[in-house]
Design a protein around this ligand. Sequence first.
Ligand code: FAD
Length: 433
Amino acid sequence: MHAIVIGAGVIGVCSAWYLREAGFEVTVIDRRPTPAQETSFGNAGVIAPGYVTPWAAPGMPAKILRTLFASASPVVFRPSADPAMWRWIARWLGETRLSRYRVNKLRMQRLAFYSRTCLHELRDRLGIDYEQSRGYLQLFRTERDLAMAQPALALLRENGVAHQLLDAAACRTIEPGLAAGTPLAGGLHLPEDESGNCPMFTRRLRQHAEAAGVRFLMETTVQRIEVQTDGRITVQLRPAEPAQGTEPHALTAERVAVCAGVDSAALLRPLGLRVPLYPVKGYSATVFVRDPLQAPLAALMDESYKVAITRMGNRLRLAGTAELGSRKLDLRPAALHTLLKVGRDWFPGAGNYNEATLWAGARPMLPDGPPLIGPTRIAGLYLNLGHGSTGWAMACGSGQLLAAQMAHANGQGPGPQIDMEGLTPARYGLGPA
Ligand SMILES: Cc1cc2nc3c(=O)[nH]c(=O)nc-3n(C[C@H](O)[C@H](O)[C@H](O)COP(=O)(O)OP(=O)(O)OC[C@H]3O[C@@H](n4cnc5c(N)ncnc54)[C@H](O)[C@@H]3O)c2cc1C
């Protein structure tokens, strides 16, 4: 059976891999020349299942209001006239109640822990190297920041997540490159968490997928999805310019999976499927490591500025800021200034921050947090989207779960290995009747 995957970000490529493994004939379509060129490109690379959390959290609305118009804040709201934004905010506000937060967080963590197992299994089986590192150290600059982490600590204990609260000296033993002069009240170490280069993983998995028979149709934009009278689904295509004349203008398959990140909503709307997906913009800065002794060994998070610092081979990446209200991926100087300040504060001698490569990306965010993985009410049309801030951490599991559902619907395989409660399109009334 033929399955088309729209989108070659980390979610689409993982989906394609597992669909092929499940026996489907797979074609991946993406408008970019290579996979992982959009949101999957410049992310922080952190995989911390115990820390996966919805953006809709209690206290978050007040925090956003306080930082309204403050350009250096880790959370920035830029009100615009976009009705989709206001509809999204109305739903998001409802999800910030403690009871909803708990439900959403548990759903996300169920997926993230499963996904980490899938990633390890895939990594070991295929021998993929993606500049992975082990351990995640959260840094608290002040006693107040440390005190604010107490509820998170309680949750880690409740969920049995391995963690250790450290004083400043112990933090510096784990990360000897940390600058001595920057005030540090303490840290939280999560030894089982990790980080890795998401686009490198995605491109390597693409090679394995291609070798296994997956076809990649790159530099090709999906313009429309159409349901045929025989139940099959056609995607109307626009090849790159200048066209060679040999590219297909449409492809038809029995199954289509939409994994198009933030642009998925626009593709689905003409079919009557309204997915409340909204972009939450973030930034990253990547610097070549000049002196490895002064650079981080693994992943860290500056909890005061909410900036992640990750080591990716011979580079150091700083990533953060959540900006709601702008669909443009322009580089905002104040946000980048904060990232570079955090880098200079903690690892001043690691590299030349003036030569950082700067990037902005849009997190595909649903109001409540967990993604949507599974069948829609249109027969044969599946979704794997809305992974927000933690798509890399959830990618392998999401791909595996999509493939398991599709195969099971064909009478093959046992179905998903985890409970899909709250993780399918049915959550928004988009699933099969
Ligand atoms: C600053 C920042 C830091 C982050 N840090 C982390 C982190 O530490 N850990 C973590 O787990 N996650 C992190 N994330 C989130 C993570 O990057 C995303 O959740 C993930 O990349 C989403 O993947 P995706 O495949 O859904 O989307 P994308 O990577 O955007 O892929 C979608 C693909 O669809 C293609 N496409 C779209 N429309 C069409 C069309 N019409 N026709 C053809 N192709 C189309 C695009 O070209 C693109 O390749 C971060 C995000 C940001 C912005």
